[in-house]
Write a protein that binds this ligand. Structure first.
Ligand code: SAM
Length: 278
């Protein structure tokens, strides 16, 4: 419980359709002492649309979040309620919020959430791809080893993967995904969700790349990627053939067993048993 009665309140806002703002979100924004937001003009317009009196607006974005933490903590210490909103969707999801929550929690303040839409979950549930287990990757790093390492991890991921991407980078990212995942991996491009031009395109990575070549992507996109297929367990015949090939190459039984077990991803014990039976 907050030592002062202050609370940090994360408020989800629409990702396109103003009708998605909940009554509770409107009530909360109407009663807080301050709103931490990315863009005061944009949030000012939202508050005007709701017809609520404008509380103090604090700017919190990637550049100001550290400074904003001090200001927000000072207000919480004085017993104020401070809302956090971003330009769209849920704060803290590829948007500012995480640091504010961590700092408020560490200082013993109450943290509340008024949940609202998030493009990631909206796209996932509309995708038709498995929803039981999924991972959120947000925006991939733009370049360098950070990008290639994350692409490799995405390619190997068995769960459905949800990615954000800017329209002018979408073609490059889809081409990179096709390269690491193969052209046949299923993908869904969820565009302009909840807006007038909402569109869900479903297909294979190779087709998605071709489509971006034909029509320049516009608007906001979420990429929902099917998980990597489970590797079918190696058949005994395949293991025996690999063992024979390794031995023909001059490997000892022990080395051949080690190499085949590693290459086919099967337990060494099983390969050894087959090597003795062969
Ligand atoms: N916090 C937001 C959320 O909860 O979804 C995400 C903010 S992030 C800076 C912006 C990215 O979210 C966009 O580049 C796009 O990938 C995705 N996005 C946001 N609104 C969207 C929409 N209406 N349709 C599709 N994607 C959207």
């Amino acid at each position: 419980m907050s030592p002062t009665g202050g609370a940090l309140v994360l408020v989800g806002t629409p990702i396109g359709n103003l009708g998605d703002l909940s009554r509770r979100a409107a009530e909360e924004l109407g009663r807080v002492d301050a709103v931490a937001c990315e863009d005061t003009r944009r949030t000012g317009r939202l508050l005007a649309h709701l017809g609520v009196r404008a509380p103090a607006l604090l700017v919190v974005n990637d550049h100001t979040e550290a400074g904003a933490v001090r200001e927000v903590l000072a207000r919480l210490d004085r017993g104020q309620r401070v809302a956090v909103v971003t330009d769209a969707g849920m704060p803290g999801i590829s948007d500012p919020g995480e640091r504010l929550v961590a700092a408020a929690a560490a200082a013993g303040h109450r943290v509340e959430v008024v949940p609202g839409p998030s493009a990631a979950l909206t796209a996932l549930v509309a995708s038709g791809l498995p929803t039981g287990r999924f991972v959120f990757e947000g925006f991939l790093p733009r370049k360098g080893s950070g990008r290639s390492e994350r692409l490799a991890a995405v390619a190997a991921e068995r769960r459905t993967v949800v990615l954000y991407e800017a329209p002018h980078r979408l073609a490059r990212t889809l081409a990179d995904l096709a390269e690491v995942c193969g052209p046949d991996r299923r993908v869904v491009l969820a565009r302009e969700l909840t807006k007038l031009h909402e569109e869900l395109w479903r297909g294979r990575l190779a087709d998605a790349v071709a489509r971006c070549d034909e029509v320049e992507p516009r608007g906001e996109h979420v990429v929902v990627l099917d998980g990597a297929p489970a590797t079918p367990p190696a058949e005994d015949d395949a293991i025996l053939a690999a063992l024979a090939a390794a031995r023909e190459g001059g490997a000892s039984t022990r080395d051949a067993v080690d190499a085949v077990a590693a290459a086919l991803g099967v337990p060494r014990r099983r390969v050894y048993r087959l090597a003795l039976s062969g």
